[in-house]
Design a protein around this ligand. Structure first.
Ligand code: G3P
Length: 210
């Protein structure tokens, strides 16, 4: 189990790199924890008005979820690591983003990192989930609503996906359900705002200032 524990720990540390904060610093922008939704994530960095910084945040936060998963898939076999460790590193990177050890455990909502994890587990799963996100965000303009909808569908996509449901790895299903539940939990403020009708829509920042 030593390799499995080491890989999981490394994934958590990688996930703990809050790229919204790091990228904003590199770009000379305000700390994303100080404006908008105060969330250290790509959506909130976009509210700074700097699209390149938002895209960089999205890609790097996604990469830190994707990388540990594919590393275990590609090279884990040599160390006796299987699907259980794939599930563990994916969940660990995601939890690192939510509760980062380098940022007083105050992290983001995990959308980009979850997307990276899903793409790493199976690109079909990733693409199906991203398509769900795309459809909901296109019609609603709410990133939070689209994120939650996509997350809720992801475990079902995995079960219905490229592998037969009865043959699917249970640890991966469990990790996906945990990621999904934590992602929705982290959006509870967004849920309240959606219900009140005060949630900010994509592209509204320029007009409303927030
Ligand atoms: O990036 C996470 C997204 O779903 C919501 O972010 O900043 O609008 O709370 P935010």
């Amino acid at each position: 189990y030593a390799y499995s524990i080491a890989a999981t720990l490394l994934a958590y540390l990688l996930g703990s790199l809050s790229f919204a904060v790091i990228v904003s610093k590199v770009f000379g922008l305000n700390d994303p924890r100080s404006y908008g939704s105060k969330n250290p994530g790509a959506t909130n960095v976009l509210r700074s008005g700097n699209k390149a910084a938002a895209v960089a945040t999205l890609l790097l936060d996604g990469l830190k979820g994707w990388l540990p998963v594919v590393m275990v898939k590609w090279f884990g076999g040599d160390y006796g690591l299987g699907d259980g460790t794939v599930a563990a590193v994916g969940l660990a990177a995601f939890i690192g983003h939510l509760y980062p050890v380098f940022f007083q455990f105050k992290g983001g909502k995990g959308v980009a990192t979850a997307a990276g994890v899903l793409l790493g587990i199976s690109w079909v799963l990733g693409v199906a989930t991203l398509a769900t996100f795309g459809i909901v965000v296109f019609f609603s303009r709410y990133v939070s609503l689209a994120s939650m909808a996509a997350a809720v569908f992801a475990p079902f996509f995995y079960l219905l996906g490229d592998r037969a449901a009865w043959n699917v790895d249970k640890s991966i299903v469990l990790a996906l359900v945990a990621i999904s539940a934590l992602l929705v939990y982290r959006h509870r403020e967004n849920i309240n705002k959606l219900l009140k009708g005060t949630e900010s829509k994509l592209g509204a920042s320029k007009k409303a200032g927030k």
